[in-house]
Design a protein around this ligand. Structure first.
Ligand code: TXA
Ligand code: MG
Length: 354
């Protein structure tokens, strides 16, 4: 299959005539049962018609993803929600008012029109209304309900730039909308509104504290920050090896100077073994390391920058065939919880405390 790649801007509306044409074509592809990757404010999504079981099956095939891992249904306006859920609890109304459009996914009871192929056999459905203007226009033109997991091959870090969507999906889907760099860089927060009190299944840019400010009592799935090998996470997708680079990644936690010293001594050892090494550091520390490939994920005091860079850096290590990777650790305040949740999974929970 030949994959069409077309540019689309993320900001400045209105769209140009060329962009309008691109969005119309993308929408038509979805309506006819095809697949289109598109930018959102979190990560790139791999879209298909959420109400068409054949489309969902194609998504699983294109990603190489197990079909018991449910998809998020993306909508463009709030009215669309009522069509795909059995009822809208008061908590959903309040969260939608506070955080939609934006990086929050809500789990609700599904209506009959949502096929089990989309929900991985569950009676619940995950719904999100993205804020990215091109994403929403695309969803409207696609018929209003776009099922979309992240646009990576199963097991790889989610794409935050179109280049990695092309790397994973070229030849597998009809079209890729290239919207440049995404804004946030980590997947949406997922909250289950069926359990009581509501439960966060995946941390993201909308933090647990922000959710508590709106809803009061909110619990967290215990597998978010701990090794989940013995526990089944509530979001089926969180159980799979995820976000992982091919190299062996270890997180080192401690006082900055000790961390640098420890990592450099390990790097020297691996260099003697002729292994290619990498380090994930921040702007303030990146020059202190002796790895083959030292990468900064931004500014420790501005964790938004770290969220935005993390997946790109993990994928670059794959491009460079780095075999051994050490990462500094991050605070778990604010979006730091989502950063450490992804980093811990990428590291298979290998952490050295010094
Ligand atoms: O930011 C995002 O959410 C991105 C963009 C494209 O919107 N999408 C995304 O989708 O991250 P995906 O498929 O990579 O992750 C969806 C997660 C999976 O862990 C899945 O198990 C969980 O959501 N999920 C979906 N439906 C669910 C349900 N009904 N109950 C529990 N978990 C669900
Ligand atoms: Mg994903």
């Amino acid at each position: 299959m030949e994959t069409i790649v077309q540019k689309i801007r993320g900001d400045a509306l209105p769209f140009s005539e060329q962009e309008e044409e691109t969005l119309r074509l993308a929408g038509d592809i979805i309506r006819r049962g095809g697949l289109v990757a598109f930018p959102t404010e979190t990560v790139y999504g791999l879209g298909g018609d959420a109400l068409n079981p054949a489309s969902s099956r194609k998504i699983y095939a294109a990603k190489g993803r197990p079909s018991d891992n449910p998809l998020i249904v993306h909508i463009a306006d709030r009215e669309a929600l009522a069509q795909i859920v059995r009822n809208i609890p008061d908590s959903a109304v309040r969260l939608a008012e506070a955080f939609w459009p934006g990086p929050l996914t809500m789990i609700l009871e599904k209506a009959d029109i949502v096929p089990y192929e989309t929900t991985g056999g569950l009676d619940t459905v995950a719904v999100r209304m993205p804020s990215h203007p091109a994403a929403r226009e695309f969803i409207r033109r696609a018929g209003g309900y776009v099922a979309a997991p992240s646009a990576n091959l199963s097991g790889k870090p989610s794409p935050t730039v179109a280049k990695y969507v092309v790397q994973d999906m070229d030849g597998r889907i009809e079209m890729i909308l290239d919207g440049g760099n995404v804004e946030i860089g980590l997947e949406s927060t997922i909250i289950d509104l069926i359990s009581y009190p509501p439960m966060v299944l995946r941390p993201g840019y909308v933090t647990v504290q922000m959710l508590r400010d709106v809803l009061g009592d909110v619990q967290e799935d215990c597998t978010i920050m701990r090794d989940d090998s013995g526990q089944a996470p509530k979001a089926p997708g969180m159980k799979y090896r995820h976000y992982a680079p091919r190299g062996e990644l270890t997180i080192v936690d401690g006082a900055q100077e000790d961390v640098v010293k420890y990592i450099n001594s390990r790097l020297d050892r691996f260099r003697q073994q002729h292994k290619k090494t990498g380090v994930i550091a921040t702007g303030a520390s990146v020059q202190k390391y002796r790895a083959d490939s030292c990468k900064s994920v931004g500014d420790r005091n501005n964790e938004d920058t770290v969220a935005r860079e993390l997946y790109r850096v993990l994928r670059e290590f794959d491009d460079e065939n780095v075999e051994i990777i050490y990462a500094e650790s991050f605070d778990t305040d604010g979006i730091g919880q989502a950063i450490m949740n992804r980093l811990l999974k990428a590291a298979g929970h290998r952490v050295v405390y010094i």
